[in-house]
Design a protein around this ligand. Structure first.
Ligand SMILES: *Cc1c(COP(=O)(O)O)cnc(C)c1O
Length: 406
């Protein structure tokens, strides 16, 4: 019985999106042969908005992830039934059983994306299809159910209409969205969760660098590892993040803002804090090259990373590479004066310039803008930032599907 149930759950979790809702594999016992599983369906959305309208904060007072809008979007899933009725309701506490698997075995994954107001007052999302695909992939990695991604985007669109007044206006301001999926089965058994919940909450945010860029100091970290081959580094699962906080606090104590996460005996460069890592340099062959680690399973496939690579390839002005590189390569490039710029990339900041890396008792000083001694960001770093922002705010038409009006 137990085996049958987990098998059915596993199959549903892995098949709901890519297969029709009536599962017809002969592999399954006849008992499960024609179980109809409800897809996530935006047309069923129920809206019961909060009667209380909280006071909005002024743009200048916004702090990342501290204030939330009046409402939230919630939809629950049950094995054998599928997705329930999506609901927009008052933002508030969830009631979960203390035995819910999310609390014990970290059945949790999430997304980070933003809604932007353009100059015509329309609300835009940036490449939401990429976030939804990744959300499904992360859920799949921890045996949580798949969902119909376009339907969730539609529900988020309605949520944004209901909480429209919370989307701050002005360049650099946005409404940060946090789609989250948790396993809610009430059981201490270690197995696939037979219940799950997606919720989406939203927080108005200001520019990551309110008074212009501030380049960061990194501590190259190899004694603790963020991700490893065959692990979950390429999934946005909660379990990846808590273990990185202690090393970050240790780095902070020594005056570094972030860890530069290394991997393996050759100290491969992987990510910066919770951002993807880019180096712009003259490589060993003397070519001008933008390089970021390849997606080998331990690198989080960032939407910003992908956007930067696409823009750079479209510009066609320098070599663009996704490949491994090590601290040895960086140290050598530093000695020979070949490093031009380095930056981290992610939705929260778009780009975050890097000015120094402490590694093996030495500092690598990364150039910022040699033509402007006061500048806290390199020219290319700034150019990516501006190009992406222009598209996010609808000022420039980007590639198809990048900026979606909701
Ligand atoms: C979310 C995240 C990123 C950046 O992804 P974006 O989609 O660009 O926001 C990079 N690295 C890690 C570890 C992350 O969690």
């Amino acid at each position: 019985m137990f085996v049958q149930r987990t098998m059915r759950q596993a199959i549903q979790a892995h098949s709901a999106i890519s297969r029709p809702s009536v599962y017809t594999s002969k592999v399954l016992s006849s008992r499960f042969y024609s179980s109809v599983v409800a897809p996530l369906d935006a047309s069923k959305l129920e809206i019961h908005p909060s009667k209380n309208q909280k006071k909005l904060q002024e743009n200048k007072d916004l702090v990342f992830g501290k204030t939330f809008t009046d409402n939230m979007l919630v939809v629950e899933w049950e094995a054998g039934k599928g997705w329930g009725t999506p609901q927009i309701k008052e933002y508030g506490k969830l009631q979960l059983d203390p035995s819910a698997v999310v609390f014990h075995y970290a059945f949790e994954c999430f997304e980070g994306m933003k809604a932007y107001k353009d100059k015509d007052g329309q609300t835009r999302l940036f490449r939401p299809d990429m976030n939804m695909k990744r959300f499904n992939r992360s859920a799949n990695r921890i045996a949580l159910p798949s969902f119909e991604q376009d339907e969730l985007v539609k529900c988020i669109g309605e949520f944004l209409k209901v909480d429209d007044r919370w989307i701050p206006k002005g360049r650099g301001y946005s409404l940060y969205l946090r789609p989250t999926m948790i396993g809610t089965q009430e059981s201490l058994g270690v197995g696939a969760s037979n219940k799950a919940m997606i919720f989406v909450i939203a927080s108005p945010v200001g520019p990551y660098f309110p008074s212009g860029f501030a380049a960061v100091n990194l501590l190259a970290t190899s004694d603790k590892v963020r991700a490893w081959p065959g692990g979950t580094g390429d999934a946005k699962v909660g379990g990846n993040y808590a273990p990185c906080i202690k090393p970050q606090l240790d780095a902070n104590k020594e005056g570094f803002q972030q860890n530069l996460w290394l991997f393996g005996p050759d100290h491969q460069v992987t990510e910066v804090g919770t951002m993807n890592c880019f180096v712009y340099w003259k490589n060993e062959k003397g070519e001008t090259e933008l390089v970021t680690p390849e997606l080998d399973g331990s690198i989080l496939p960032g939407v910003t990373r992908d956007s930067i690579l696409s823009l750079a390839r479209q510009w066609g002005e320098f070599k663009v590479s996704e490949r491994k590189f090590t601290m040895k390569d960086l140290v050598q490039a530093d000695k020979e004066g070949r490093i031009i710029e380095m930056f981290g990339a992610g939705t929260a900041c778009i780009v975050c310039p890097i000015k120094r890396i402490h590694y093996d008792g030495h500092d690598i000083n990364v150039p910022l803008d040699p033509t402007d001694k006061t500048s806290q960001a390199g020219k290319l770093t700034k150019r990516f930032n501006d190009a992406i922002m222009d598209i996010q705010y609808g000022d420039v038409q980007g590639p198809k599907g990048w900026s979606v009006v909701v």
